[in-house]
Ligand binder design. Sequence first.
Ligand SMILES: [Zn+2]
Length: 78
Amino acid sequence: MADNVTIIRTPNGSEWLPATSVPVVHCASCGNAVDTPEEEATYPDGNCPDCGNSWTGAENKGVKIAVTAPKQISGAVF
Ligand SMILES: [Zn+2]
């Protein structure tokens, strides 16, 4: 049983992972998001693959959160 993942178990027994968060860096020069393994491999020692400027350490760092909804409530009127 994993403690680091939140899984909601719905009454009908299906499991719902409501959100996953991924750390993401945005280039300070062009705003390109470093969100692929290829781009992450260039950070922090290489150059932005989009604009070619070297990473400065002043990039905007944030978290990308992907939210999913269980099929049961999709399309419901709130
Ligand atoms: Zn860039």
